[in-house]
Design a protein around this ligand. Structure first.
Ligand SMILES: [Zn+2]
Ligand SMILES: [Zn+2]
Length: 489
């Protein structure tokens, strides 16, 4: 079983400040987390950090902590009632690069793990110890009934950082040279960053005009693991902009995901592609996407946006939303045109925070197709399937903007541009910033941030039980040299 702990944007610096920023005494924080489960993996998704105040300790020194039982009982009660998993994080302020759990920590940990496992079914219980330049983490594996090391701590700040617990073997110091065909790219970002990008597991939802370009660019970047989701087949009217498609694909009604897979494989021998001819509202698609590292939303459809935005917030997966459109008078005179790229880095703002999803259109998009057509026939709603103008070069501009942000997330070559709007007629690019809204319905207080499997996604009927084949990770990376052992402060 592979275990990961994910911190949403902005959470880790606050936890570190509490644990290490208060002098020489050890400190403690309880982290409440949702869980995402799949075949062979678990992710603990940090939702809330409870900093234990000085008054809640029976004893607190530079090498010993004992918290009042009533305080920890209150935390455990919340785990029991809300189904949340628990990560107990404490500091060893005198440890440097090789922090480790003490013998006393290990003895207490085992007792606590067994106690919680016997009293609170279904939650996962982990411990985390932080030194000045390193950390370690353990988790109780219920199946084997023993303590195992956590594999990775992911921090969704900029750039995204993966911290390697000290329990793990250190990866080799030498980063292998990139493949010759990726050499010029490695010159831009460095071999380590190139390696890191290659290991990112990416979901692309929508493999049409912008999605096919995204898949093409990801393959050129060297990304090796892709999950493609789109229920549609190629039509003749797609051929002016569907990269990789041939006239025969339209004649034969080939799925767009199959065309995109063929395209990716024609660029890179190393890319592994799962092509799912499904709607993102299909539980099997959700199961395949919820354990990935990043999602691209390329459907330009508010129903998909509603689901993907919630998936990002709930499963703590960064999400890039793409949109492009043209308006023209009958006979062909452009009146408006442009596109947008919006980055949801969970913990930062989401699309609901910026009112970026049209709820009426989303509800219509999520209706079964037959109902939608019937309503359109009666004039209740505009038929979303009516042909609208579309050109490849506009999609290229939007896909390129999204790819620049994707690379930046993993390499940190510049400050993030979470919102970018491109006006084709004015030939203008407008970057913008936004902030998380505390009362956001999706990610605000009491919202879905980090809830994982605890809550169903909107528009997705049921989720199949974890472990039913569809949830497996793409194969694990063969090396882990991108993982850092330091805190990344
Ligand atoms: Zn300790
Ligand atoms: Zn929000």
């Amino acid at each position: 079983m592979r275990y990961e702990i994910v911190f949403p944007a902005g959470a880790w610096p606050g936890v570190l400040k509490h644990l290490l920023g208060q002098g020489s005494d050890e400190q403690l924080a309880f982290l409440l987390a949702g869980t995402a489960r799949g075949s062979g993996w678990r992710r603990l998704l940090v939702r809330e950090a409870i900093a234990v105040p000085a008054g809640a300790f029976v004893r607190q020194t530079g090498n010993y902590l004992a918290v009042k039982p009533e305080f920890s009982q209150g935390v455990l009660r919340r785990c029991y009632e809300e189904g949340l998993s628990l990560i107990e994080a404490h500091s060893h302020p005198f440890a440097g690069r090789d922090v480790a759990f003490s013998a006393l920590d290990l003895a207490n940990e085992e007792l606590k793990f067994r106690y919680v496992a016997s009293r609170i079914p279904h939650v996962t219980h982990a411990t985390l110890v932080v030194g000045q330049d390193s950390l370690d983490a353990h988790v109780w594996d219920r199946r084997s009934r023993r303590t195992v090391p956590v594999d990775c701590i992911r921090i969704l700040d900029q750039p995204i950082t993966d911290l390697l617990p000290t329990s793990h073997e250190l990866p080799g110091e030498n980063v292998p040279d990139p493949a010759p065909w990726l050499h010029r790219q490695a010159l831009a970002f460095g071999s380590a960053a190139q390696q890191r990008m290659e290991r990112v597991r990416v979901g692309v939802v929508g493999c049409g005009g912008t999605g096919s370009l995204v898949v093409q660019m990801l393959a050129h970047l060297g990304v090796r693991r892709l999950v493609l989701v789109d229920p549609d087949v190629v039509e003749v009217s797609n051929l002016n902009r569907l990269v990789g498609a041939r006239p025969a694909d339209a004649r034969n009604g080939r799925y767009k995901v199959d065309v995109a897979r063929r395209l990716a494989r024609s660029i890179s021998h190393n890319v592994q592609v799962r092509a799912l001819p499904l709607s993102v509202a299909d539980p099997a698609a959700v199961a395949a996407l919820k354990g990935l590292d990043l999602l691209f939303g390329c459907t330009d459809n508010d129903g998909s946006r509603l689901i993907l935005n919630r998936m990002a917030v709930q499963y703590l997966i960064p999400y890039l939303d793409l949109g492009a459109g043209l308006q023209a008078a009958p006979g062909g005179r452009l009146s408006a045109g442009g596109g947008q790229v919006r980055l949801v880095r969970p913990g930062s703002f989401c699309l609901a925070c910026i009112d970026g999803i049209d709820r009426v259109r989303a509800a219509r998009d999520l209706q079964p197709l037959l109902d939608r057509r019937r309503h359109a026939d009666r004039g209740y709603v505009q038929d979303n399937d009516l042909p609208t103008p579309a050109v490849l070069f506009l999609n290229c501009a939007v896909a390129a903007l999204a790819m620049a942000e994707f690379v930046n997330l993993w390499t940190g070559y510049r400050a993030p541009t979470p919102l970018a709007y491109f006006d084709l007629l004015a030939s203008r690019l407008a970057p913008a910033q936004a902030e998380r809204q505390p009362d956001c319905i999706a990610c605000g207080e009491g919202g879905s941030l980090g809830l994982g499997d605890l809550e169903p996604l909107p528009g997705v009927a049921t989720t199949p039980p974890a472990g039913i084949g569809t949830c497996a990770w793409p194969p694990a990376p063969e090396t882990q040299t991108h993982l850092e052992r330091v805190k990344g402060r």
